[in-house]
Design a protein around this ligand. Structure first.
Ligand code: SAM
Length: 230
């Protein structure tokens, strides 16, 4: 028994690295991407009927997470990295078939490309399928998940004045909401939950072609130290 899937499209997103990508979609509404459809799906017919649809389900390959994992239990970073749960109780990227699913906002269609926001997808992610979000079926009233009862509480993000000026200049050049993106992503606290922040330690990540550096002056506080062209 076996199936072989070919991608229908490729994601071009703000996330040049896995680090600092929110752990679920819609946590950073400023995280944008375009979805390029691949032949033969790069034709207007394939998108007929999407007018007015606000959100999509994307099924995609965790292409930067290896070829799948046979482990029955995983240690989700959200739970501090030392508690194990069953792989099927988690959204971990290392799973039997490295397939992810995300609800993203559809902002428009320009030149046959889907303009998306709220994504949690690495640049270059292959997309296996696209389906419209169906509110009456997909938003389940009264649904519960004790392991993930609520979105993580955001932490405070401050800027060194010079870093903010640099971010504003890069934002102007990119014509993308870089300042808000940095604030929304860092507010999710990208560092592994088991790591005790040490004010002298610097962290960094790349959004588009821009490197962003920060540190933790206090446990639940981030200060952006610098923004520069990669
Ligand atoms: N919403 C999806 C799901 O539930 O299947 C993804 C959840 S997974 C916990 C989110 C993480 O996947 C992100 O923080 C990012 O680091 C990672 N990720 C995103 N795109 C990826 C890709 N193409 N390959 C490997 N990891 C990826």
């Amino acid at each position: 028994m076996g199936w072989q899937f070919e991608p229908v499209g490729i994601i071009h997103s703000c996330f040049a690295e896995k680090f600092a990508i929110p752990r679920q979609p819609l946590l950073a509404p400023a995280a944008t991407a375009t979805l390029e459809l691949l032949p033969p799906y790069d034709q207007p017919e394939a998108l007929e009927g999407l007018e007015g649809v606000s959100h999509l389900w994307l099924l995609f390959v965790f292409h930067a997470a290896g070829h799948g994992s046979k482990h029955l239990r995983v240690r989700p970073p959200r739970l501090g990295g030392n508690q194990r749960i069953g792989v099927f109780a988690s959204r971990a990227t290392h799973r039997p078939n490295p397939i992810g699913q995300s609800v993203v906002r559809l902002d428009g269609i320009v030149d046959g490309r889907l303009q998306l926001s709220g994504v949690d997808l690495l640049d270059g992610t292959p997309v296996l399928d696209i389906k419209p979000y169906v509110p009456y079926a997909d938003a389940v009233e009264g649904a519960v998940n004790p392991l993930a009862p609520a979105p993580p509480a955001p932490i405070a993000v401050h800027w060194q004045p010079e870093a903010l000026l640099q971010a504003e200049a890069e934002q102007q050049r990119l014509q993308q909401p870089l300042v808000t993106l940095v604030e929304q992503c860092l507010a999710q606290d990208p560092k592994p939950a088991y790591q005790q922040p040490d004010a002298s330690r610097e962290y960094g990540v790349r959004f588009w072609d821009v490197n962003v550096r920060w540190h933790y002056p206090a446990p639940n506080q981030i200060c952006v130290l610098g923004v520069s062209r990669a």
